[in-house]
Ligand binder design. Structure first.
Ligand code: SF4
Length: 448
């Protein structure tokens, strides 16, 4: 009897997992890991202890593809039994060309396929036993306990010419509002203090379902961003919106931010400030209207933080277009900005556009852009000196605590340093007064 028990325990199969890419890919990884745990697999952190390795890849730009191919190569060398999934999995031929020894390749959001490939190559002899396999009701999370990414839809209905996500992930598919709210509630019950709402296009939530009415908490709620924000705002935690496309109905969300229901923070990838380039990108090009909306939003919600990303050196960009971009960021006074020099992505329609910008000029423009934005960011942060802010603590060490204000998303924005505050705990929220700033971060003293 004892022998057979030992045999059962030893037969637990071990899976190594490598998660690359953006927060959306991270959420995919969490779902796959949760399912594997439910199915009785053990997740291990080293190649040598794993019976098989799953690599969740990113294929957004060429550099990310190369990183994915390198990660697959390393897993093959170190372990030898590798399953590939994620965005780059959409191009199975390319992966097999470089790494013919991979066991299976599955595409993005193919949770069942990747899990069944794991079952095929390392069959588990332990089924799910609810008495011994304690999966937290939130599933497996790869972020710290106090914040979590909440994915509300997959795919995208736009066709921006520089992007291949719609061809990899398909058109928009929204999750039913009851599911999204159920997951949000479980996360909050498990200690999450901040929900980061993600998708390819957050403002399009529910368009595919014709804003169908679902149910949450015993009442009807529409599958629509405004209704979702209202419902999330009742959970009593920070709610932060990422990847918002500037549709008109975004205007209705700003009053909720002013009322404190959700964080006054919008991450809108504007991508450019020249109508001509925006048209070439197939993005909304009415930049004057965008600027007047930004001014209106700030009138309604003066605390609003705007984060954006831009592409510099898109094919056909003239000095005049670039100057319009600089004028746009001067006028828009965005708080947080990321910028990239355009690089062609295999399969993107922008590759066929004429007049590519020479590499040197792209880099020169990128440097000029960043110089202007660094000054804007530094000026905006200087104005926070003397203000009281709420800080969510991320980490504490012997030097003090590091957290973020409502203006800072994890990993991409700035931080707030509370030097000497060693007794705080991650996930705690405290009030503090800012006494110093640079172009990214703030230093503050906790209020007594
Ligand atoms: S909005 Fe444009 S850039 Fe974003 S995922 Fe859709 S097609 Fe790609």
């Amino acid at each position: 009897m004892t022998a057979s028990n030992d045999e059962t325990i030893q037969s637990t199969q071990k899976v190594g997992f490598i998660s690359l890419g953006c927060p959306k890919a991270l959420v995919d990884s969490e779902r796959i890991l949760t399912q594997l745990r439910i199915d009785g697999y053990e997740i291990v952190p080293t190649y040598e202890n794993a019976d098989i390795v799953v690599v969740n890849t990113c294929g957004f730009i060429d550099a990310a593809k190369q990183e994915s191919l390198d990660a697959i190569g390393e897993a093959l060398t170190e372990n030898g039994r590798v399953i590939v999934t994620g965005c780059m999995g959409a191009d199975a031929a390319k992966i097999r060309e470089v790494h013919p020894k991979v066991l299976a390749v599955t595409g993005p959001q193919a949770y069942e396929e990747v899990v069944s490939a794991v079952h095929q190559y390392v069959p588990t002899q332990l089924g799910h036993n609810p008495f011994i396999d304690l999966i937290p009701p939130t599933g497996i999370k790869l972020t710290p306990r106090h914040y979590a990414y909440l994915k509300i839809s997959e795919g995208c209905n736009h066709r921006c010419t520089f992007c291949i996500i719609p061809s990899m992930r398909g058109d928009l598919v929204s999750r039913p509002i009851g599911d999204v709210m159920g997951e949000a509630k479980r996360l909050v019950d498990a200690g999450t203090q901040e929900l980061l709402i993600i998708s390819q296009d957050t403002s399009a939530y529910g368009v595919d379902l014709k804003y169908r009415t679902g149910f949450w908490d015993g009442r009807p709620v529409k599958t629509k961003l405004t209704d979702l924000c209202e419902a999330l705002g009742e959970l009593g935690v920070w709610v932060r919106l990422h990847y918002v496309y500037p549709y008109p109905h975004v205007d209705h969300i700003i009053p909720m931010m002013a009322e404190g229901k959700i964080l006054p923070y919008l991450d809108i990838p504007f991508q450019h400030g020249s109508p001509r380039i925006l048209q070439l990108m197939k993005r909304p090009g009415d930049i004057d209207n965008t600027l007047s909306r930004i001014h209106q939003w700030r009138n309604i919600c003066p605390d609003l933080t705007l984060r954006s990303t831009f592409i510099v050196g898109f094919p056909g960009e003239t000095e005049g277009d670039f100057q319009q971009l600089l004028d746009f960021i001067e006028e828009a006074q965005l708080d947080r900005v990321g910028a990239f020099a355009y690089s062609p992505v295999e399969g993107a329609t922008a590759n066929a556009l004429p007049d590519p910008v020479p590499e040197e000029l792209k880099q020169e423009r990128l440097a000029r852009f960043m110089e202007v934005q660094a000054r804007i960011s530094a000026d905006k942060l200087q104005k926070k000196i003397g203000k009281r802010i709420e800080v969510l603590i991320d980490e504490v060490d012997e030097e003090g605590a590091v957290g973020r204000s409502h203006a800072d998303a994890p990993e991409i924005d700035g931080m707030v340093f509370l030097n000497g505050d060693t007794e705080l705990k991650p996930g705690q929220k405290v009030m503090a007064t800012v006494f110093a700033a640079d172009e990214h971060d703030l230093w503050a003293d906790r209020d007594e």
